[in-house]
Structures are given as C-alpha cells and as structure tokens.
Design a protein around this ligand. Structure first.
Ligand code: 2BA
Length: 109
C-alpha cells in the first residue's frame, strides 16, 4: 500500500474530488496554504493499493493545470540593498505537487 499526498490548486480541487469518487478512490481533502505564495491550496491524502498508484497519478495529472500567478514580494526593511520598492513577479503554479510514500500499516477500527 502507498500513501499519496497531492497538493493542487483550489480551482482544480472540486473536479479532482469528483474524479476520485467516480473511480472509487478514497481520499481526504485538506485546506492548506502554500508557504511561498501564502495563499490557499488543497492537499489530498490518498491511501491506495500499490497496483492502483499509476491510475491515481494519471487522474491527478489530467485534472491539475499549470497557471501563472502574480505575487508581490514583501518590502525589504534593509535599504542598503535598494529594496524599498517591490514589483509583482510572475510565478508558475502547478499542475500538482505529488509525494508517494510507503505505508507500513493500515488499520480501520
Ligand atoms: P507555494 O509554496 O505557495 O508555491 C507556489 C509556487 O511558487 C510554486 O509552485 C513555485 O512555482 C513558486 N515558488 C515556490 N517557492 C519559491 C521560491 N523560493 N522562489 C521562487 N518561486 C517559488 P509549485 O512548485 O507548483 O508548488 C505549488 C504548491 O505545492 C506550493 O505552494 C506548496 O504548497 C506545495 N509544494 C511545492 N513543493 C513542495 C515541497 N517540496 N514540499 C512541500 N510542499 C510543496
């Protein structure tokens, strides 16, 4: 068995949830915050049999889209490096960031 953590954009999360239900894939959905953009994203936790990992990855891949997003870096208080004015920078987010981990034990009590 494997544990899949998939971090996706909020805009893709409803469609991905629906795909998991349609394909009988059990998942838990968490509201999370990206450390860099400090904006909301969604993390799915999926416990799945080894032989279904690729199926799950394909669904995540097909459902998660890359998007450009602008972020304004925080104003630097150190004016020795000329950081008193900041400009928005463009950042590419996604499709999905996915971790696949081995599961030592799985219990349902
Ligand atoms: P955020 O941390 O908000 O990052 C959003 C996007 O900003 C990233 O997209 C990346 O393109 C960019 N970015 C992140 N850190 C950067 C930096 N120090 N300098 C320049 N650009 C930077 P993604 O790579 O697609 O990541 C989307 C979200 O997935 C991340 O949101 C974070 O919540 C999660 N994530 C990505 N890599 C991770 C990792 N190694 N461990 C845990 N979570 C991760």
């Amino acid at each position: 068995m494997k544990m899949i953590f998939a971090i996706v954009q909020d805009k893709d999360s409803s469609r991905l949830s629906a795909k998991f239900v349609d394909n009988n894939i059990q998942a838990t959905k968490l509201s999370t915050t990206g450390g860099f953009l400090k904006s909301g994203n969604t993390t799915f936790i999926i416990g799945i049999a080894d032989e279904r990992v690729n199926e799950v990855l394909e669904i995540i891949k097909a459902t998660s889209h890359k998007r450009e997003q602008f972020m304004t870096p925080p104003v630097s208080l150190d004016n020795t490096v000329g950081g008193e004015s900041t400009y928005p920078i463009e950042v590419q987010v996604g499709g999905a960031t996915v971790f696949v981990l081995p599961v030592e034990q799985f219990h349902r009590f």
